[in-house]
Every structure is written in structure tokens, then in C-alpha cells.
Design a protein around this ligand. Structure first.
Ligand SMILES: Cc1ncc(COP(=O)(O)O)c(C=O)c1O
Length: 403
């Protein structure tokens, strides 16, 4: 940062940007990285690029996905999928599976049955745990679909693809990471677009710097954005990168400590496939067994519960944790349940996830994995500055909730 200041490169050009692009590309194992102002900017340009690849260059006042269906992760932060709307597309949400809390490959397969015309899949790795990418890539290959990978939460996590360990951020066609203040390493803000295609990297860099053509004056043939990373921010990230593995180790220790400390309670930690994935353990979460849930109801803003001996619920635990001045969170509310996307299609492993109950039939076979994890799960305080003593207090509080 001080180098940027001292050399007067207080701009979106400079050595820090060049260095960090090279270092991240090498770390993740892709050929090209383009430094951007945020993960959201990376997701926008990655999604736009996927759209332009498949559907061509749009009129300046239209998105590249105008009226096109895009199959998207459902249980994620909305920045993963908002870019579909920025580009005028229609996100269809794919239900989650219990093994990794990510996109369910069986539901994705169903979605391609319903929407054979879909050609883009946007997938996130929730809380630093890689999704089932082997299955998802195979399905996408069979349907000729491009993958936009959101590795914002999972930098440093790895997945065994065709027997080889691959970093998340190198698993899709167009990949995105974030350096937001809450991520495993941060620049205070920032993000990157990652790809193996020089042409695509150059296109994204052009779009991110107002889409200037090669002319002596400002000349434009396509819509541009001011999305480039600042050289000052890049300096912070340069300083952080050497600590990435340390942060992962600390986060893993926090996860393991919770796992041990919560033993014997009717709860389990957010799961992962220990054979084929190495998560970065960005957030430790837990889920309460169905029969240990006390009654809890939520509307769009508030939550209420009825305390019951031996049982608890995320609302009770989060309220009690907050008494220690510690911060837990509900699970990211699935996109198909969000007011803004409530009328978008939602596909589960059994097909259409909407309108499934029937007043005349008792057993309706409702399956909505995302809604269930949202109901019974919660994110635990996971900051790597938390001391073991502080973490023990959280564990004690959770134990107390089940008394
Ligand atoms: C899964 C996911 N995608 C995208 C983003 C957006 O990244 P940024 O905040 O850098 O725009 C975030 C969080 O910030 C995220 O958690």
C-alpha cells in the first residue's frame, strides 16, 4: 500500500495489481487473473461473458441474457446470481443437497430436462466447502453448458477432479473470487475474474475499464464499466496472500474445536466430502437434528420460537450467543425464498419445486433441502482472531440451549 502511495500509483494501474494478478493466477492454477473492484463485479462480467459467448453481443440497452434461462445455485449469497438479472436473464434455482450444502447434481439434471435450452450454470461453493464439481461438470458437458464458478467464499479450498487436486476458482469456465472484508484473505474490498483464456481475460479487462477501443480518443463499441481494482487495494491483498494458508489452518482448527465441543448434542457440523474435497473452512456452521428442534417461525423480518426442554432452534441459539456480544448468523436464506425471486422457478431432485402440495392428498412428498437447512442450520462465530476460551464460551452457550 505504501509503495502505491510513495510511487504515486494511486490508481487502477500499478505494480501491486500486476503482481497480485500473477500470484493469484499461479496459486489457483489458472493462466489469467483480472483484478476487479469486487467479487460482485467479477460475477457480473463472468456472467455477461458467458451470455455473450452463447447468445452474442446485445444492443447497448439490453443484457446478454435477455429472456434466457440460467440455472443457478439456490443456497448462496445473492451476489452469486444477481448478475443474471443485471444481464436481463431469468435465474432458475436448483435445490441443494445435504452432503455439502451446495447445488444438488440430481436437481441440476432434472432442470436440464425441464429447460433443455439452458446453456449457463452459475454455481457457488458455500462457506468454503466445494460443491460436487465432478458430477456437475459432467452434466454441464453433456448439455453443452458453460459454468460460472463463484469461489468468493472458498479461496484455498480444493476439489479432487478426475483424481487431481484442483483449487476452487479453477473449476468453471469463468471463475470469480472475492477479497471482501469478511473473506479468508481481504483487500478490504476487491475481487478477481479467473480463466485459462487470454482472449476472455482481455475482454473482461476491457469491459472493466470502460470498454475503450484502440483509438487516440475515447472510442466505444460496447458497454463499459468502472470495475478495475485499485492499486492501493491490490497492495493490501499482496500483503495478505502470504497468510492464506495460516488463515485456512486457523479456520480448520475452529471447525474441529466446534465439532469436538458439540459432541453429544443433537447437532452436526456443515458437512463435506473428506475424500474428494479440502474446504477452506471459511465459516463453521451447524445443523440441529429434526427431532431436537423446538417450534420456530420466521416471516420476512422476524423470528419467534417456543422454548422446550431438551430442544432448541437457530433463533434461540443466535439470540443467546448475541448475549456474549458474539455474532452468529442464520444460514444464507435460499434464493427461491427471497421476496425478489419468489416467482422464479425452483427445481428439486424430484422436478418442479413450486406448487407441490395438494389439499386432497395427505402425503405430498415435499422436499426442499435449502429451506430445511435454512430452518435448522446456523453459522457459528468463526473469526480466526477468536481465542479458544472465547470459543469455549460459545460452545457452553449452545449446550445450555439444549438443557
Ligand atoms: C458467495 C458469494 N458470492 C459473491 C460475493 C460478493 O463478493 P464481493 O463482496 O466481493 O462483491 C460474496 C460475498 O461478499 C459471497 O459470499
Amino acid at each position: 500500500m505504501m509503495e502505491a502511495y510513495d510511487t504515486n500509483w494511486m490508481s487502477t494501474v500499478g505494480k501491486n495489481i500486476n503482481e497480485i494478478e500473477g500470484q493469484i493466477a499461479e496459486y489457483v492454477g489458472v493462466k489469467y487473473a483480472v483484478a476487479l473492484s469486487a467479487g460482485t463485479a467479477a460475477l457480473h462480467l463472468a456472467t455477461k461473458l458467458a451470455g455473450e459467448k452463447i447468445y452474442g453481443q446485445p444492443r447497448p440497452n439490453k443484457g446478454t441474457l435477455d429472456q434466457k434461462i440460467v440455472l443457478c445455485s439456490d443456497m448462496t449469497f445473492d451476489a452469486t446470481i444477481n448478475a443474471v438479472a443485471y444481464e436481463d436473464g431469468e435465474a432458475v434455482f436448483i435445490d441443494t443437497e445435504y452432503d455439502t450444502w451446495n447445488m444438488d447434481p440430481a436437481a441440476l439434471e432434472k432442470a436440464f430436462e425441464v429447460y433443455p435450452e439452458a446453456k449457463i450454470v452459475v454455481i457457488a461453493h458455500l462457506y468454503g466447502t466445494p460443491a460436487k464439481m465432478q458430477e456437475i461438470k459432467d452434466i454441464c458437458d453433456r448439455h453443452g453448458a458453460l459454468i460460472v464458478e463463484d469461489a468468493a467464499e472458498s479461496l484455498g479450498a480444493q476439489y479432487k477432479l478426475n483424481g487431481q487436486w484442483v483449487e476452487t476458482g479453477a473449476l468453471g469456465d469463468y471463475n470469480c473470487i472475492s477479497f471482501n472484508g469478511n473473506k479468508i484473505i481481504t483487500g478490504s474490498s476487491g475481487g478477481m475474474f479467473l480463466t485459462n483464456s487470454k482472449e476472455d481475460a482481455e475482454k473482461v479487462k476491457k469491459w472493466s475499464t470502460q470498454s475503450r477501443e484502440d483509438a487516440p480518443w475515447y472510442q466505444h463499441e460496447e458497454i463499459g464499466y468502472n470495475y478495475r481494482m485499485s492499486n492501493v487495494i491490490a497492495g493490501v491483498i499482496r500483503g495478505q496472500l502470504p497468510y492464506l494458508q495460516k488463515h485456512i489452518d486457523e479456520k480448520k482448527a475452529i471447525y474441529e474445536r466446534y465439532k469436538e465441543g458439540l459432541k453429544g448434542l443433537p447437532v452436526s457440523m456443515n458437512p463435506y466430502d473428506a475424500e474428494n474435497t479440502r474446504p477452506n473452512f471459511w465459516l463453521s456452521c451447524m445443523i440441529i437434528d429434526e427431532d431436537a428442534m423446538c417450534k420456530q417461525v420466521r416471516d420476512d423480518k422476524n423470528a419467534l420460537y417456543i422454548p422446550e426442554p431438551g430442544k432448541s432452534c437457530p433463533t434461540e441459539i443466535l439470540e443467546t450467543i448475541s448475549l456474549l456480544n458474539a455474532e452468529g448468523r442464520p444460514i444464507w436464506k435460499p434464493m427461491h425464498m427471497q421476496p425478489i425471486y419468489r416467482n422464479h422457478a425452483f427445481i428439486t431432485a424430484r422436478g418442479n419445486g413450486r406448487a407441490r402440495s395438494n389439499a386432497y392428498i395427505k402425503e405430498s412428498g415435499l422436499v426442499d433441502v435449502g429451506a430445511d437447512i435454512f430452518d435448522r442450520g446456523l453459522c457459528l462465530p468463526s473469526d480466526n482472531k477468536m481465542t479458544p476460551e472465547q470459543q469455549d464460551m460459545i460452545i457452553d452457550v449452545i449446550r445450555h440451549c439444549f438443557e
